[in-house]
Design a binder for this molecule. Structure first.
Ligand SMILES: NC(=O)C1=CN([C@@H]2O[C@H](COP(=O)(O)OP(=O)(O)OC[C@H]3O[C@@H](n4cnc5c(N)ncnc54)[C@H](OP(=O)(O)O)[C@@H]3O)[C@@H](O)[C@H]2O)[C@@H](O)CC1
Ligand SMILES: Nc1ncnc2c1ncn2[C@@H]1O[C@H](COP(=O)(O)OP(=O)(O)O)[C@@H](O)[C@H]1O
Ligand SMILES: [K+]
Length: 460
């Protein structure tokens, strides 16, 4: 699990560290890391241009230019604001034979030191024009200029980084926006209590049956999904649950025939009142928002077991707030909206997806999984994680139905709801990667790759 810290917290951690280390030493460590990665990217080529802004980010770039000069690299620098350029960095750069120029030229590598942690708003016009004139690969210092450090928002021209070299710890931009390959340089910073986390493969503890387990003890997943119009959503959600657990899956609803035909191992009933006991319910995919769906959602919320409410169930909760009354507040609830569903429930997502999910989690006393290329999971106790897709192939119809089934299986298996949502998001991305393998894949293909994804997770 890797931690991510907001810039204000990074700055105060840096200030504490700066008070106890020799002046300038942090910047030189950071810049040495930048130069090391630049040399690796150059692999023998020898022309670098620095884009130097008015703050310490520009200072890092100038010191990196100094180290590169000492390794015989030809380094030029464009100073966006010569009067405010980092004085010591600039004099070291000049001493080492660095040149000040007006145009990017045709270097082998550009180092972006325009703005870092203190960037505010879109790039100013001179910086924006400079960024747009670059044709060479870019190594971003700390973060790609033009992307908001705390939210990943892009509101104008920005640096498309091949590589980002950052210092001390990850900041939100590294989890929420494309920064290319991100490398972390140790400058001695040791912040604690991250603002949110990123899961690694090795963090994921998928439930595994033991010798004394049977089909019931592993947790039975109930799926209340689908309708005459959308039986496919039920097939995908139920199938995902079947493939994500070796326990039992029950299906209750109008798509029972379609489920029996595709998933003979499922115990099917026409309604949830006839379904046997389950340890978690999945509700919502393809149910529609009519009065019968309303009744199903009410029954599921009253059942006293963890619920994952997706798709139409979220719309129903937004349209009929009295449905919340059916819920025992101590019973875990996971909500899995995409942006439009989120807006119905809690208002516009806005630019800070982590803050939006966190606020909604507290408001609804539920785990909120906000879907997207970068999925955010937030718990009512304030925990949050971000899970990035490795491609956009999962952006396909029915893909969210598959996710709901995986979450249901993990909840039934006793995984704590915040982690159930996080593990499921991770496995979903991995299944999509394995199934797509560079070409479009339908949601049913993604679903079929769930066992391969779990196998890969368990091998790591
Ligand atoms: N602290 C440490 O120990 C260490 C810090 N380190 C490094 O310091 C970096 C942080 O440096 P920082 O705080 O000096 O600010 P930084 O991000 O360079 O930008 C400020 C300047 O940018 C300008 N500016 C702002 N917005 C803008 C925009 N939209 N478009 C254009 N310009 C804009 C703004 O201009 P002004 O308003 O003053 O004219 C201001 O002058 C950090 O990311 C890391 O690289 C490392 O060396 C490790 C040790
Ligand atoms: N651009 C994207 N890149 C990667 N994954 C995406 C992207 N857009 C959406 N997803 C993922 O695809 C799924 C879509 O879910 P959803 O919108 O509910 O679709 P559906 O209702 O068709 O099942 C979610 O898991 C979401 O995180
Ligand atoms: K930068």
């Amino acid at each position: 699990m890797r931690g991510v810290w907001h810039t204000e917290r990074v700055k105060s951690a840096e200030e504490e560290l700066m008070a106890v280390v020799p002046p300038g030493s942090l910047m030189r460590k950071a810049a040495f890391g930048v130069a090391t990665h630049a040399l690796r990217l150059l692999s023998g080529r020898r022309r670098v241009t620095l884009l130097v802004g008015a703050g310490n980010n520009g200072g890092d770039a100038l010191w990196a230019g100094y180290f590169l000069r000492r390794r015989g690299v030809g380094v030029s620098a464009i100073l966006l604001n010569p009067a405010k350029a980092h004085a010591e960095g600039l004099s070291a750069f000049r001493r080492a034979g660095g040149r000040i120029v007006d145009e990017v030229g045709t270097p082998d590598l550009v180092i972006d030191g325009i703005v870092g942690l203190s960037a505010r708003g879109p790039l100013r016009p001179d910086a924006a024009a400079l960024v747009e004139s670059v044709r060479a690969p870019i190594l971003a210092v700390d973060l790609p200029s033009g992307i908001d450090p705390d939210t990943g928002e892009i509101s104008g021209p920005f640096v498309r980084a091949h590589t980002t070299v950052t210092f001390g710890c990850l900041k939100p931009v590294h989890a929420l926006a494309d920064c290319g390959d991100v490398h972390l340089v140790d400058i001695g910073l040791r912040p604690t209590d991250p603002d949110f986390v990123l899961l690694d493969r090795s963090d994921i503890a998928w439930p595994v049956p033991g010798p004394s387990d049977d089909k019931y003890t592993q947790g039975v997943t109930g799926v209340a999904a689908g309708s005459a119009t959308y039986p496919g959503a039920a097939v995908l959600s139920t199938g995902a649950a079947v493939l994500a657990t070796s326990g039992m899956v029950r299906y209750a609803g109008p798509a029972a025939d379609a489920i029996r035909a595709r998933w003979p191992e499922t115990i099917c009933t026409g309604s949830i009142t006839d379904a046997g006991r389950v340890q978690a319910w999945v509700v919502g995919p393809g149910t529609g928002t009519g009065s019968s769906s309303d009744g199903v959602l009410r029954s599921v919320l009253e059942a006293g077991v963890p619920v994952i409410a997706d798709a139409d169930a979220i719309t129903l909760l937004a349209q009929h707030p009295t449905l919340w009354d059916a819920r025992d507040p101590d019973t875990p609830l996971v909500l899995t909206p995409h942006d439009r569903e989120f807006e119905r429930l809690a208002g516009p997502v806005g630019v800070d997806r982590v803050a939006a999910a966190r606020k909604a989690a507290q408001r609804f006393n539920a785990v909120v999984l906000l879907k997207g290329h970068r999925t955010v999971v937030a718990a009512p106790d304030g925990r949050a994680l971000v899970n990035s897709a490795t491609s956009s192939w999962p952006a396909t119809a029915g893909s969210g139905d598959v996710l709901s089934g995986i979450i249901g299986a993990l909840l039934a298996g006793g995984v704590e709801p915040f982690l159930a949502a996080g593990y499921a998001a991770y496995a979903h991305v991995l299944a999509a990667e394995l199934a797509a393998d560079g070409a479009p894949v339908p949601a049913s293909g993604l679903m079929e790759a769930i066992p391969a994804a779990i196998r890969a997770l368990r091998r790591s």
